[in-house]
Design a protein around this ligand. Structure first.
Ligand code: MUC
Ligand code: MG
Length: 376
């Protein structure tokens, strides 16, 4: 089989409520969707999500598309995706960084290859260990009362019993208070974690983590900016509560350094930031070797990108912190015919050929910025 074409689309899909992070409030989530077609007309699809343009990280949707179109697609045309690892190795020599872009093309090749063999993609990744995985929700409405109502409702529905609170925006001390109120309201039934998204300096982190640890928080994600790895090491040494590296944990080399010098003691995985599914497995292996706890992270993907993440997480032995693949529940609409299934506080790993998701082309056209110019 040979790759005939590669199409990249940017889609903007509204969310069910504003989702407030340290650097940006999401009301419309921008995803990048890839489609690779082979010489028999069979299609492989993939998705990565981005947050807040260039405010969360370097992987903007526009840059992902532009760099795939100009620098990566020429390495794909005419190639057989059965050799996807070799193709990605060749791309790694020609294109530096660009992890999100690499994840888009690698996962579309894996989807295509798995569909051509009529097997689920996880079978190309070692086979699944889990049929379902624990699923956290992020309380990030920006309002304590609404967050408590949301948490109680999801506990009642048996949707989530792990809640992550986004506390990087605004006054850190008020935010600690917000967390303590939520623990008082639902802490007896749920595990509460926080994500600071790099917003604190070390002095603030020392004060706030002390109070959060005392208050019963069970994990603190990326409290310091990515450059402050020594500060992360000091926090890890000082506190009992696990300190998780997220934005600072991208390439295999970065993860090796984090584990070696304990710039944190747990890692949030995200296939997009590692540059694909094979790299995600490598990163997970480094973390496992170092005895680090893993978290199945998200960039808030829709159902397609969530299926991609779930398929690789299903092949990884242990997630001490569960996963946060709640993306589809935050989107107002989806671009796949069926939705991801959630059951009894867990996400169900999708089955079926490829990533187990059939694309709704009309929806892709509807939300695509390129608006169907080459969709047919
Ligand atoms: C992040 O930094 O982890 C994941 C969940 C969420 O609410 O935001 C994302 C990004
Ligand atoms: Mg995070």
């Amino acid at each position: 089989m040979k790759i005939r074409s590669v199409d990249i689309y940017i889609l903007d899909i509204p969310t069910v409520r504003p989702h407030q992070l340290a650097m940006h409030t999401i009301v419309e989530q921008s995803i990048v969707v890839g489609r690779i077609i082979n010489d028999e007309g069979l299609e492989g699809w993939s998705e990565v999500a981005t947050i807040g343009g260039a405010s969360y990280g370097e992987g903007t949707p526009e840059a992902i598309k532009a760099n795939i179109d100009k620098y990566i697609t020429p390495h794909l045309i005419g190639k057989d995706p059965i050799y996807y690892s070799n193709i990605m190795f060749e791309i790694s020599k020609a294109v530096r960084g660009n992890y999100f872009a690499k994840a888009v093309v690698e996962t579309a090749m894996i989807d295509l290859l798995a569909k051509s063999k009529n097997i689920p993609a996880y079978e190309l990744l070692g086979g699944k260990i889990h049929d379902s995985l624990p699923l956290a929700w992020t309380l990030a409405s920006g309002d304590t009362v609404k967050d408590i109502e949301e948490a109680k409702e999801f506990l009642r529905q048996k949707r989530h019993k792990i809640f992550k609170l986004k506390i990087g925006k605004g006054d850190p001390y008020k935010n600690v208070d917000h967390v303590i109120k939520i623990i008082a309201a639902v802490g007896d039934q749920a595990r509460i974690t926080v994500d600071v998204n790099q917003a604190w300096d070390e002095t603030t982190a020392n004060y706030c983590i002390e109070a959060l640890q005392e208050g019963g928080v069970s994990m603190v994600e990326q409290p310091l900016p990515t450059w402050n790895v020594e500060g992360m090491a000091r926090l890890t040494e000082r506190f009992k509560v696990p300190i998780m590296a997220d934005e600072s944990a991208n390439s295999v080399q970065e993860i090796y350094q984090i584990t070696k010098h304990r710039f944190g003691n747990s890692i949030a995985l995200k296939p997009c930031k590692h540059g694909g599914l094979i790299e995600t497995k490598k990163v997970a292996a480094i973390a496992e070797g170092a005895g680090f706890g893993l978290y199945g992270g998200t960039m808030i993907e829709s159902s397609l990108g969530t299926a991609v993440c779930a398929s690789v997480y299903a092949t990884i032995p242990e997630f001490e912190f569960g996963t946060e693949l709640f993306g589809p529940m935050l989107f107002k609409d989806r671009i796949t015919v069926k939705d991801i299934q959630f059951n009894n506080f867990e996400i169900v790993i999708p089955d079926g050929p490829g990533f187990g998701m059939e694309i709704d082309l009309e929806k892709v056209k509807h939300y695509s910025r390129e608006y169907s110019y080459s969709l047919n």
